[in-house]
Design a binder for this molecule. Sequence first.
Ligand code: G3P
Ligand code: CA
Length: 248
Amino acid sequence: MHITNDTSTPLIIAHRGGSHEVPENTMAAFRHAIDLGMKLVELDVQMTLDGELVVIHDETVDRTTEGSGMVGGFTFEEIRKLDAGSHFDPKYAGEKIPALREVLELCASEGVGVVVEIKDPNLYPGLEDKVVALIGEMWLRGAENIWCISFDHEAIRRIRQLDATIPLGYLYMPDQTDFAQPDDTIQAYCPYYVTALQHPEQVAKAHEMGKLVLVYTVNTEAELRALANSGIDGMVTDEPSVLSRLSL
Ligand code: G3P
Ligand code: CA
């Protein structure tokens, strides 16, 4: 596990590859993050009708492609025909919804870590098993730094039952302020960044338990500066080109 607890230099993680700068969750986005020198990217995983793990935030393709319908209603071949770049900028026309495998392979080849967010596990029976199998395969091929996080804590516990070693984290909604509950399953708590600012005692409690605090989603210099003394260990950002130039 390469995510460290060096609180003097919080990690900056490119959220969906950097979704204010590039079409989110596309290969172009992850290449952009890599070109910026990011050491970690975050992505969202869902599953197609025929069981392929794909990288897309929403449970439908409507917002980020010209298509319409549930991700789980498309075969992989069908979903790959959709354009996942033009919604952001016509210059990205032809970007596809990536397979999780493609992104993990790219990042592994570049020595970049990946925070995999498990989305909507209840929609996709067997999703956790497939994610664990793929990460295990990637580790055999030399990838080292792949995490799984989710708002669905049951899914994270299921992953832990399947695999004792994948670093894991629980995500918390903004109204979940008492996040630092003792739990042997995970290595990281992932609250909303304002929660970490307003509840320093929770950050301290997490650290007392030897856990990391990775917050979402920090997009401005002012937000970054506000977190200067919070003790958090890392943050995701939609603006990696801005935040990666700054330091606390
Ligand atoms: O990293 C956590 C963050 O990605 C959770 O929110 O909706 O952007 O996936 P969302
Ligand atoms: Ca996410």
